[in-house]
Structure formats: C-alpha cells, structure tokens
Design a protein around this ligand. Sequence first.
Ligand code: SAH
Ligand code: SF4
Ligand code: F3S
Length: 452
Amino acid sequence: MANRSFFIKTFGCQMNERDSEIMAQLLAEREYIETNDSEQADLIILNTCSIRAKAEQKVMSLLGVLRKQKIRNPELKICVAGCVAQQEGKQIIERMPHVDLVIGTQSIYQLTELLDNLGDQPVVTTLSDDYQIPPFIPDLGAGRGQKPPATVPFKKFLTIMQGCNNYCSYCVVPFTRGREISREVSHILEEAHSLVEAGIKEITLLGQNVNSYGKTNRVSKEVNDYSFADLLRAVALIPGLQRLRFTTSNPKDLSDDLMRCFAEIDILCPQFHLPVQSGSNRILSLMNRNYSRELYLEKVETLRSYCPEIALTTDMIVGFPGETDQDFAETMSLLEEVHYHGSFSFKYSDRPGTRSAKFENKVEETVKSERLRIFQDRQDAISLAHNQGYVGKTFPVMIEKISHDSIVGRTGTNHLVHIAETPCNSLPGAIISVHIVHAGQHSLRGKLLEQV
Ligand code: SAH
Ligand code: SF4
Ligand code: F3S
C-alpha cells in the first residue's frame, strides 16, 4: 500500500505544539508522511484550543470547510484532537458528522491504534482519573526525510506535566486537560538527554503550572523527591545543553528555591513568564488565583534581587465579570509598577463549565475592547523603552534562522534580534555575540561581534 499522508494544524499553546509533534512522530513511525498541503492529505488532524470562545469558533468553521473535502474524498479521515475535542467530545460528532475521530488530550499516545481500529462509526475518547503520561523518546528525524543543515532543529519543548488542579474561575484547562499529573523524573531526564544527544541546544520545560511539579498525583517515590527547582538543576547538568527555559507558572506556588535558580543555574535564561491576570485584589479573589497583588509584587522583587537582568512577561485578562474602572486602574498601576518586558492580554471570555461563566455583572464588549486597547498601548510603550535600554550593549544570541541576507536569533531574555550581517558559517543553535544597535517595538537589530 502506498504511504498515507497526514496534515496537522495546531492551535493554542506550547502544550498543543508539543502534542502535535508527538502525534506526528507516532504517525511517521507507522509510515505516514507529513504534508503541508491539507488538500493532498489522507488524514487531517486539528489539534485544537478552547481557552477563549474565539479559538473554539475558528476550529468549528475550519471543520465546516473540511466537510466539502470529505465529500470530494470519502476516504479522508478527519481527527479533532486537543482541548476542544476534550471539552466537546461527542457533541463534535453531532454537529460535524464528517469527523471520524475525536481524541481527548490524554489519548494522543493511542492515536495510531485508534486509527487502525476505526470502522464506519466515529470514535470519541475521554479523560481518565488514573492516567499516567507514558515515557516517550523523541525522534528528531521522524517523517521528514533528510533535512538541510540550516533547518535542523536546535530547540525543543519537553512536557513535564499535564493538567491543572487550580480551577481559576475563568479557565477551562482543568476540564480539558484533566487533573494535574507530573511525569516521572527518570522519564523527563531520559527525554532531555536524548534531545541533547540529537543536537538540541535549548529545552523549554512545559506544564500549566510547573511550580507545582511533583506535588500531585505522585506516581512513584522518585517524583515525590523532586521539586521543580530540583528538576531544573538536574536537567541543567546535561552536558551540551546551552539554554534552559520553562513555562508557565502560577505565582502562588513560586518558591524561593525556584527563584534562586535564576542566580545559581547559568544556563537558565533570564526570562520569566509570570501570569498575574489582574492588578486588583478583589478581582484576583473572584478569579480564585490564591495570591494578592502584594504577594505577587514581593515575588517580583525577590526575582529581581536574584537576577537583576531578568525579563518579566505576564498574562492579563481585562473585563472579568464585575471589573470596575477602579479595578482596571489597579491593573494599569500594576503594569507601571512591574514594568513588564511584554505581556499577553485578553478580553475575558465566558467558557463552558467555568464558575465565572455564571457570575453576574458581565462587562460590556465595548468596555472590554477599550480597556484592552489602553492596556496594550501602554505595554507597547513600556516594551519599547525596555528594548531601547538594550541599545549599545552586547549579548549572547542563539541563532534561530539563517537566510541569504540576515540572521535571526534570540537573547537569553527571549528578545528576537535581526543581524544584517552575512555570510555566517554557524548553524542554528550556535551562540554568537551581538552588539545591539537599534530597538523596535517587537525586536532588536544588532551587529555580529564574534562567534562564542
Ligand atoms: N496555566 C497558565 C495559563 C494558561 S491559559 C497560567 O495559569 O498562567 C493562557 C492564558 O489565557 C491565561 O493566563 C489567561 O490570561 C488567558 N485566559 C484563560 N482563560 C481565559 C478566559 N476565559 N478569558 C480570557 N482569557 C483567558
Ligand atoms: Fe487555568 Fe489557572 Fe490552571 Fe492556569 S493555573 S491553567 S489559568 S486553572
Ligand atoms: Fe488552549 Fe488547551 Fe493550551 S485550551 S491554551 S490548547 S491547554
């Protein structure tokens, strides 16, 4: 039989990106070939996100479009994976009967078996209470043939835990990803070692709340003994690994031990994404975030004392139910106080099953839009000011992309740098020394000094 081809479209966060890579590897191991052309594919997987209503609507409209492709090619298999799959389950099939497989967030490792056993009837998988993440060794070459050297991967995500137990009142993740489960230390270290052996220079550890790594769903004594800080220290020891990052963290669980890692682990990048969501204690409490503005600011101060150059970023929600002008003013004043290097800000969106969906005093759409604009305008100005502060300084920059007339790289603080100097005899993943000459809103421009 000729090789079958598959096309994956990924929505949402890094967790989904990593899951898509895992599904791609599993399929490649079964002789499927990845294609970038959805029209040519025998299997289409939409790996979906349900964090805000808009994200979900995008998936539903794309599924509508795929109906026509399925009519043209009845052999086509359509699979919905990720958070919408988990959240909507059978309802997806009811609304979109041309979908063959709805694969919940815990079932991705069974993808190929589920496909093999697919009959005429669509299949839906759900969450289980005793789920454990299986060991998984990434194969960087899987399914993509011989790569030209300039496109060889040099950085990777590594999922260390799944799910979330926090139940922030607005958030679907505990419902779409299930209970928080930490992977075993030995599985994580094995995966990290194999990545570095395959040439990976930068690893980002992933979880919805990495700070609580090892605290829940302890599967073995080994997991018990490791905090997230211990895990960071263990991964950092792998010879050849040059940069280590992680995301994301709930401030309530941020320990002093973890903050100290920024002073002690030299390959841990000086960058921290620390979502705050609101500057108002009243709203933080309605959000069930379990920390106050004051505690958050204390942690920011401690982090900066351990690592003065640390670049802080955050997530912010505007227009949470009941958010007054005063609450929003407190969000703006927190932005001034922390002076974030950057942020992701969102209009509050009602999500099915969440507590806040039932709250009264919903904020009008126009007010939400106005608050978002005010917040983002101010953040843009602050980001630009931070970026201007880098001009005239020199940083180690990891090369990400090399084209005929430029190099694009990233600083440890996670700033994108364009270097208009070629030729360059390094490959992606090499670290070069770059003198910053210009700052823009979203990126920096620099001159190559030397290869370090
Ligand atoms: N685990 C991460 C959050 C992952 S979701 C954490 O706790 O920090 C990414 C971001 O989406 C959240 O930080 C939040 O800012 C935003 N978000 C989540 N639910 C939302 C909703 N219902 N409406 C608007 N934004 C939301
Ligand atoms: Fe959602 Fe809160 Fe968990 Fe983050 S910590 S994933 S916002 S419930
Ligand atoms: Fe979206 Fe699920 Fe990630 S809801 S943000 S893909 S955990």
